[in-house]
Design a protein around this ligand. Sequence first.
Ligand code: ATP
Length: 251
Amino acid sequence: MSLISISNLSVRLGGHQALSNVDFSIEKGEIVTLVGPNGSGKTTLLRSIIGAIKPSKGTILRDVDTRIGYVPQSLTIDATLPLTVQRFLNLPVRHSRASINEALDQAGADGLQARQMSALSGGQFQRVLLARALLDKPNLLILDEPTTGLDQPGSAALYRQIEEVRQHLGSAVLMVSHELHVVMSASDRVVCLNGHVCCHGAPEIVASAPEYRALFGSGTQGALALYRHDHDHHHHNHADGSHEHGECDHA
Ligand SMILES: Nc1ncnc2c1ncn2[C@@H]1O[C@H](COP(=O)(O)OP(=O)(O)OP(=O)(O)O)[C@@H](O)[C@H]1O
């Protein structure tokens, strides 16, 4: 059975239709990247998978063996609140010192135990979030734009760390990424979301799809298009929210 198997998922948030009729699954050990413009429902899909958002329609099935580790897009910690890394990793559930040390080590954040959360650099903070996600030895690691706020070298280093973790744990990885080289080189599958699944498949198949090109284009313009998502394809049946793969239904 798939680690996660989603069918016909629709989510409404405060009167807004965030997701419509999404089918999606993730298998053991695979790396799946979610791409899509801002507001396209990527975080909503991830939060639905971890059970933080209740779907208005559809089903999300988890294999009994599925253990999820989740790294959120951002986490605000009150800077006036004294909170060491060690204590943060013991919330809400206490873990042994050995497990905490091991998780920090795997996340490349060894030695930060006694530091204040509010005093960490962006890269260290993301690594501590990664360590927290590793505490329960997940076989599915879910990361929502893990390199947000990091510069290029910091971001490359974090992706290397994630790859190391994946090899060590043999876990599947589901992540949102805006970084083209990561999407293209490090994913088994790419899912392009825009309220519905626009397009999905192996990176090279998705890359040749008009929907993907509308997102990525080429060069700098392509990187910008990722955020703009010039939508030059037609959505048949979009008004009723039905699923549409267009010319990219190769998966
Ligand atoms: N609590 C809420 N109430 C109403 N609308 C919401 C709520 N949370 C999210 N939305 C809307 O749902 C849509 C999907 O949001 P989501 O955060 O999933 O997008 P995203 O693809 O992760 O975006 P980004 O790339 O900017 O992180 C957006 O239009 C957003 O404004």
